[in-house]
Design a protein around this ligand. Structure first.
Ligand SMILES: [Mn+2]
Length: 307
């Protein structure tokens, strides 16, 4: 029963409420959700394939109403297409099915939401979003993901692979890079490619949301479409223990959520992914609830877009 049905008796909240999960539907619309349970070729083995369903389950625990901004999401519907059958595929082999799915959803929807999966989903996601020279890529990530590709594709080299595919470095912004979590070689590659590099310290000094908005504006000036990769390991490890790559001293969940809402409100953002959540490491559902709240913030930001 929809809470928006005119004349329908108001639902009793004795046992349940209208949750974010109840907004998922099989009908195409302005928002689309696809699960990308990519887990092979991870640098540190994990169960990233469990993440899409763990996040969906946690969506049942979130109300559609944000009292702080008096935002009611009950009118939104999200086209749920389920999980792509890529859990047993290598990162390289997942390129075609994931890029094709994202391409199809991007033609139908204003915003496509990819639930990873490890960070290897970002390269297919970007390819599915359009020609590489028209896309801007913003990553919120503790890492450059610029490892060498000579040993094959994994979750440590999607950005390097995109550069090798021909993506201009000037169209890439990386925010939240952590100290002692990246190599000098990767840093040099980023600078040489013309990537905009924004460290954790700069995010703390100037404000994470401020830096993110800066980079969105920068990308919007030269790119028709923006893709945003939310590697959840940008969050402080104490708050996100189920992101294997998270470090102590990372971004707070509050800042992560605020940045997410701002990003989803930007009209040029057409596709977002959430990566690197490993439910097998979750502690008291902290990771699942963090990822679910990220999803809620995506919806809240999107709902604030001017029609
Ligand atoms: Mn990453």
């Amino acid at each position: 029963m929809s809470a928006t049905d005119r004349g329908a008796p108001e639902m009793s909240e004795n046992r349940s409420w209208l949750s974010i999960h109840s907004l998922l539907t099989s009908e195409p619309g302005r928002l689309a959700l696809v699960g990308a349970p990519l887990t092979k070729n991870s640098i540190s083995p994990g169960r990233y394939d469990l993440a899409p369903d763990a996040v969906r389950a946690a969506l049942k625990r979130l109300s559609v109403y944000d009292l702080e901004t008096q935002t009611d999401l009950s009118h939104l519907r999200i086209h749920e297409v389920g999980n792509l059958p890529i859990a047993d595929l290598s990162t390289a082999d997942a390129l075609t099915p994931l890029a094709e799915a994202v391409g199809q959803l991007s033609r139908q929807s204003d915003l496509t939401i990819i639930l990873g999966g490890h960070n290897g989903v970002t390269r297919p996601g970007v390819h599915g979003s359009g020609p590489l020279d028209s896309i801007g890529l913003l990553t919120l990530d503790a890492h450059f993901d610029l490892r060498d590709t000579d040993g094959g594709l994994n979750n440590g080299n999607p950005i390097q692979a995109l550069l090798e595919d021909g993506m201009p470095g000037a169209h890439i912004s990386q925010v939240g890079l952590a100290p002692f979590a990246n190599t000098k070689k990767a840093h040099a590659k980023a600078m040489r490619a013309g990537i905009s590099v924004r460290t954790l310290s700069e995010c703390f000094e100037r404000g994470f949301v401020h830096v993110v908005k800066d980079e969105l504006d920068r990308l919007a000036r030269s790119c028709g479409t923006i893709y945003v990769d939310f590697d959840i390991d940008v969050i402080d490890r104490a708050q996100m223990p189920s992101a294997p790559g998270a470090r102590i001293g990372g971004v707070s969940t509050r800042d992560f959520f605020a940045a997410t809402r701002n990003i989803a409100e930007h009209p040029k953002v057409r596709c977002v992914d959430l990566t690197e959540f490993d439910p097998s490491m979750d502690v008291h559902a902290t990771g699942a609830l963090t990822a679910a709240r990220w999803f809620a913030e995506i919806l809240a930001g999107f709902s604030a877009r001017r029609a």
